[in-house]
Design a protein around this ligand. Structure first.
Ligand code: PAF
Length: 281
């Protein structure tokens, strides 16, 4: 596996692979990799990629001033070992100055889908995500890029950006990878104490309760949201941020239960904020 820390090195590796007829897959990450990230390598391969680039960059621009940028978990050696055994071809590991040289003055800002939920609670977050993802797309110039559906709103924002700006990349989305008790895998799970970890699957249980209600023919947005919130409240010590029924494309309140729906939630367990969702087709 080639470790590239400059834009030129990644571009050269990708250009050579492409000249040899390889199809380039890209998985952007912030590191501290788990099985969910590795499943995205497979998602890119399943979509036809046979030369895989993974980036690890903890993007300062997508963290708010009171968020966890400085303590975001890092494990470069462990990440490298996992990517080697997954057969990844290039690991792009840029420093902040490579991604944001002095004087960088451009921000990509997506409206509509980026506004509610995470966008409302984390001002500037999706501007940071869209800006770094577009930069990474321009650096890597992959044919296929894979993202995890755990960050459902991020997927919608990136899809919107790619469509609106005619970015020549095919997006592939991977289902959420879960622990044995249903907790969505996340690098931030490492913040949880043993006691908090035991409470965390309550978010998934609440979302499942909403899913079951819809399966049983309850087509009332307020009623489903209330039910999910009631289910969450059964676990003390877990603090509701939101639990909502939403249209997964527009991120607006759904008007039609015949269309796909998203049940999305965010909670706090101690100091850790967790998100999860269930897609209803
Ligand atoms: O999902 C993430 O890990 C990040 O938001 C991403 C897409 C790598 C951009 O920094």
């Amino acid at each position: 596996m080639l470790i590239a820390s400059t834009i030129e090195a990644v571009r050269e590796a990708v250009a050579t692979a492409r000249a040899h007829g390889r199809k380039i897959g890209f998985v952007p990450t912030m590191g501290f990799l788990h099985a969910g990230h590795l499943s995205l390598v497979q998602v890119a391969r399943d979509a036809g990629a046979d030369f895989i680039v993974v980036s690890i960059f903890v993007n300062p621009r997508q963290f708010g001033p009171n968020e966890d940028f400085s303590r975001y978990p890092r494990d470069e050696a462990g990440d490298r070992a996992q990517l080697e055994s997954a057969g990844v071809d290039v690991l792009f590991l840029p420093q902040v100055e490579v991604m944001y040289p002095a004087g960088a003055a451009t921000t990509v800002s997506v409206s509509s889908v980026a506004k509610p939920l995470e966008g409302e609670r984390r001002p500037g977050h999706f501007d940071g995500v869209a800006t770094v993802v577009l930069k990474l797309f321009n650096i890597v110039q992959a044919d296929i890029a894979a993202f995890g559906r755990k960050d459902a709103q991020q997927c919608a924002v990136i899809e919107r950006m790619v469509r609106d700006l005619d970015v020549p990349v095919q997006l592939a989305f991977g289902d959420t990878t879960r622990e044995h008790d249903g907790l969505a895998m996340s690098s931030r799970n490492s913040y949880l104490s043993e006691e908090e970890r035991a409470k965390a699957p309550a978010l998934r249980r609440a979302l499942r309760a909403g899913e079951e209600a819809i399966a049983h023919g309850i087509h009332d947005v307020d009623g489903i949201e209330h039910l999910m919130q009631k289910m969450l409240a059964e676990t003390p010590g877990i603090v509701l941020d939101y639990l909502v029924v939403i249209d997964p494309e527009t991120f607006e309140r759904p008007v039609d239960f015949a269309r796909p729906l998203l049940l999305a939630g965010a909670v706090r367990v101690g100091k850790t904020r967790l998100i999860d969702n269930v897609r209803i087709r």
